[in-house]
Design a protein around this ligand. Sequence first.
Ligand code: F6P
Length: 324
Amino acid sequence: LKKIGVMTSGGDAPGMNAAVRAVVRACSYYEITPCAIYSGYQGLIDGKIEEMGPRSVANILSQGGTVLKSARCMEFRTEEGRRKAYEQFMAAGLGALIVIGGDGSFTGARLFQKEFGIPVVGIPGTIDNDIFGTDFTIGYDTALNTVVDAVDKIRDTASSHDRLFFIEVMGRDAGFIALNSGIATGVEQILIPEINKPVEQLIDRIRQSGRAGKGSSMIMVAEGDKSGSNIYQLADKVQEQLPEYDIKVTVLGHIQRGGRPSCSDRVLASRLGVAAVKSLKDGISGVMVGVRKGEVALTPLEEAIKQHNEIDPLLLEVAEITSI
Ligand code: F6P
């Protein structure tokens, strides 16, 4: 194995740079030439490939975003697109590919290996923490801290005005950000896509909170929650039933994807970057590197894509108990 290509793909996440750095340096350490592939699969199709060395990743460890740039590439979903990518891959003399991204990116990686026999390894990088085979994804911890910081600020103003806030956090299909940041900020209710909570029940709970003497309340809503078609409509429905409440909506949005990665994310990214290179060097591919119970663990890409992490019912209970 002489050359390994590395790319970041899909939604960016804080700590992706730390993972790129670890991959590049581990390659150099094992005397393999690391190559950057820019803008995800699109860059591979367009041949945006460049050799790197240990100094090309200097000082990126602490930077948010991804210096390799990222994209969600439609063309790679087609066989023709993947063939173009394969031609560029071979022309650059690459022998293996490391993809840092989420399950959409892993689906592409798996097909690439299956169709062309290219050894691939995935590194889970997404703020959503929704990848099976790892307890944590790169970027999740930083995003949680960003949300906690923002929601603490909203609590200050909510309590000054005795208001009811609906706060939307990211998580298209998963409620991990909402549940964990919701517990950490003491919100009154948490709505996540994994659990269907009827609006009537939500309204009852808000009334109960009022009777229990709460002046302000915050409802944390994961982007993928299905209680209303969107958070504004949900807030409107609640307002109709509770006209006496002063309701506001805040959508945190892409602020959650940026910022300097936390210590945890930097360490996780460094561990996984090194593990990915070691795995390829040892002839193991078609897997995702992750951490399970504190140890580096390999999961077949197929499983990482098909299976889903469950919401911990004990955390739901903690949220319920601590918010009375
Ligand atoms: O998958 C990460 C994520 O941040 C989701 O939580 C969110 O739904 C999506 O990406 C947003 O993607 P985009 O930046 O392409 O709008």
